[in-house]
Design a protein around this ligand. Structure first.
Ligand code: PCA
Length: 217
């Protein structure tokens, strides 16, 4: 029997950038093993529709047991683990194919939202214990990252034992140097943190950790 798969996706660059930390991290972890689990990395286009279609194809081909999608979030300063995917595309900028949907559902007729099913609080706790800054985010935005996160959670609902989630990463220093004031994190730190988060997720059994990670508006 083939080993259980941990699918790790990243995105191609977008918004005028020439690099996207999410793909740099994913490809660095390709082939790593956590106990039984082996990481398969894949790069998604930053395009509404195509990104979700590619992800669904990967889910059908690989039948992964865990899925973590990664994305870049300029302005975020830590490992930002998303709690909730919402059924809306509302693009402030065009995607890489020039599409800019406004108030279009990701899945026509789908539920308003899905929660991540990876142990997100245990992942945050594990990162902090290792001295890496991490938090739960209550919104993945309404661009292609949320689109993929929603498509993922919609696709794996009802697939027994499959756990999915999304993590946003800060800019790389080489990106932030052109955008003064925005936080950044070195690639090696991002790789260490995502590796740790995958290990926590692959080992976790039972309910997620119980600790407050909410926000007061
Ligand atoms: N970040 C974008 C899309 C691709 C990416 O890496 C987002 O947050 O929606």
């Amino acid at each position: 029997m083939s080993p259980p798969t941990f699918l790790l996706t990243g995105f191609e660059p977008f918004g005028g950038e020439s690099i996207n930390p999410s793909w740099e991290v994913a490809r660095a972890l390709e082939g790593e093993r956590f106990g039984e689990a082996v990481v398969v990395a894949s790069r998604l286009p930053c395009c509404f529709g195509d990104a979700a279609a590619r992800l669904r194809q990967l889910l059908d081909e690989l039948r992964p047991q865990w899925v973590l999608a990664l994305g870049q979030a300029a302005g975020r300063a830590d490992f930002s683990i998303e709690r909730i995917a919402i059924n809306i595309d509302d693009a402030r900028i065009a995607d890489n194919a020039g599409a800019q949907p406004v108030d279009v559902p990701v899945v026509e007729g789908g539920p308003a939202a899905f929660f991540a099913t990876l142990p997100i609080k245990a992942m945050v706790a594990g990162l902090r214990e290792a001295g890496l800054p991490a938090s739960i985010s209550q919104t993945a935005g309404t661009f292609v990252c949320n689109h993929v996160f929603y498509a993922l959670m919609h696709a794996v609902q009802g697939r027994a034992g499959v756990r999915g989630g999304f993590m946003h990463l800060p800019l790389l220093p080489e990106q932030a140097v052109r955008q003064p004031g925005l936080p950044s994190m070195p690639l090696s730190t991002m790789i260490d943190g995502v590796r740790l988060a995958l290990r926590v997720a692959a080992r976790h059994r039972g309910d997620d950790a119980h600790q407050a990670e909410g926000q007061v508006a």
